[in-house]
Ligand binder design. Structure first.
Ligand code: AMP
Length: 288
């Protein structure tokens, strides 16, 4: 596996990877953007990228632009050596690990991607500027890699929706593939931030997913009111002493607009403080 740290290394190695495929056509490139401290959720996206493209590149970059003041930029978990081993074992062809200076050689970019009103809801309502930072770094990575395909996890549901929208609205010509949420055995969505949890918090954290599963069951039994389902999720989560719901909302899967009645594909999305750690999760609902 190639490790590139500078723009020159990246350009050189991408050129080598882009040679002709065995059948003579140009090799396609799949990109998996991450912030590192990798787990099975990230690695499942590498598998999806391998299915969708001839060569797979992964970026590992903790993007300062997407962190707000008082958030966890300075203590975000990192383990570069382990990330490299995991990616190599999973069959990635290239990993790009730029410094902040490499990624942003002119300092903070003056021109950024405006995510529009779809960033004013769900996580965006509580993290001003977050999705501007995400879309800006993803657009920059698309420019650096020129991938044919890029893979994003559904765990970050709003992020995936906004990236699909950016690619469409800005004609970026990258195929977006979404990967399902990968969970621990007890249902907790895998996240690099789970490393922050104390044993007591970790023991209560699966209550987040259980509340979403229960919502799915109620919908399966015939409940169609989004308000009733959302209130049930919140109540179930907040019954845990160490969990506090920031939002629990039912939205349209493509527009992120709130729904009154649950339809097929309606997404139930939550952000929950588990102690001081903010975790997110979501499920897709299917009325009978
Ligand atoms: P991050 O390193 O948190 O920025 O995540 C990088 C990519 O991995 C994003 O597309 C995430 O949605 C995805 N991802 C993170 N956790 C999971 C998970 N548990 N299941 C599936 N994808 C995930």
């Amino acid at each position: 596996m190639i490790v590139a740290r500078t723009r020159d290394e990246l350009a050189r190695e991408l050129e080598r990877l882009g040679g002709p495929a065995p059948d003579g056509r140009a090799r396609t490139l799949g990109l998996v953007p991450t912030m590192g401290f990798l787990h099975e959720g990230h690695l499942s996206l590498v598998d999806a990228a391998k299915d969708a493209a001839d060569a797979v590149a992964v970026s590992v970059f903790v993007n300062p632009l997407q962190f707000g003041p008082g958030e966890d930029l300075d203590r975000y978990p990192r383990n570069e050596e382990r990330d490299r081993e995991l990616l190599e074992a999973r069959g990635a062809d290239l990993v790009f690990i730029p410094s902040v200076e490499t990624m942003y050689p002119d300092g903070e970019p003056r021109v950024t991607v405006d995510p529009g009103p779809m960033a004013d809801v769900l996580c965006g309502a509580h993290r001003p500027g977050h999705f501007r930072g995400v879309l800006t770094v993803v657009a920059r990575l698309f420019g650096l890699f020129r991938p044919d395909v890029a893979v994003f996890g559904r765990k970050d549901f709003q992020q995936e929706v906004l990236i699909r929208r950016m690619v469409r609205d800005l004609e970026q010509g990258v195929e977006i593939v979404g990967g399902p949420v990968v969970r621990e055995e007890d249902g907790l969505a895998m996240s690099s931030r789970n490393a922050y949890l104390s044993p007591e918090e970790r023991a209560q954290a699966p209550g987040i997913h259980r509340s979403l599963e229960e919502a799915r069951e109620r919908v399966g039994q015939g409940e169609r009111s989004a308000a009733v389902i959302a209130a049930g999720i919140r109540e179930r989560i907040d019954a845990h002493p160490l969990l506090r719901t920031q939002y629990a909302e039912l939205v349209h899967p493509d527009t992120l607009e709130p729904v009154g009645t649950v339809e097929s594909g309606t997404v139930a999305a939550v952000a929950v403080f588990c102690g001081a750690t903010r975790l997110i999760d979501n499920v897709s609902l299917r009325p009978r």
